[in-house]
Design a protein around this ligand. Sequence first.
Ligand SMILES: [Ca+2]
Ligand SMILES: [Ca+2]
Length: 265
Amino acid sequence: MSEPGARARLTRRARGATSLVTLATLVTLVTLVTLVTLASAGCRRHGLRRSTRGARAGTRNAASGAEVVRVPRAAVSPRIDGDLEDAAWPEAAIAGTFVSADGAPARPHSEIRVTQRDGTLFLALYAADEDLRGGTAAPDGPVWLSGDAFHLELGGVDATCLFDVSPRGVLTDAKRLERPRRGAWDYAWSSGARLALDVDGTLDDPRDDDEEGVVELAVPLAAMGLTGAPGERLTLAARRCDRPKSGGVSCGELGARAPLVLELR
Ligand SMILES: [Ca+2]
Ligand SMILES: [Ca+2]
């Protein structure tokens, strides 16, 4: 679904193709056409080609520094099936840009889109990944310890809810009271969120090159104490950590300096 990710993939393929074209052989031209066709097929599968039609990034409030992302109301709720061909996703809001510790855009590319309808917040999580690691299979388990994972924190009326999601489809959620005073994370709490995912690659097999993972997540706004009324606000902070083939852990963050403000339309 990521346009930059799609562009990067197409650019990589086109670069390779350009050097081949200099050899001016029919075989290389056929190869180029084949590669672009394959890339286009992948883009269509995750809605990449349609992703910029109506999507909007947030605007930053000069006084507070907070970035406000206006979350549109979808005409039809997206179907939670891991496929981003739903009409709602090209119109959804893009939630900021993932950055690494030095402030540069994080690599590999990650993106979150947000839309809402009927008291449910819908999120599309996109992660480019050359080597997908599944991590734990235990529901509500520590998915961040050994696999690739998204970590989301949604701040509502008087509490913050966290959601850790792995490319194996494990969801770990917890809630922490913020007011009148901050409490401890309660992992026994359940958000009632639903998710589905589609991974383009093979989990836990570094012998081949994977492409990406896509998660569709539906979170009841009631979990954050909201009803879904226009003008309601919640905050979003996110982290996506990747375990690349080269070893180590590489993380990008969203709203690390100041959480994004999601405003429901
Ligand atoms: Ca879908
Ligand atoms: Ca990985």
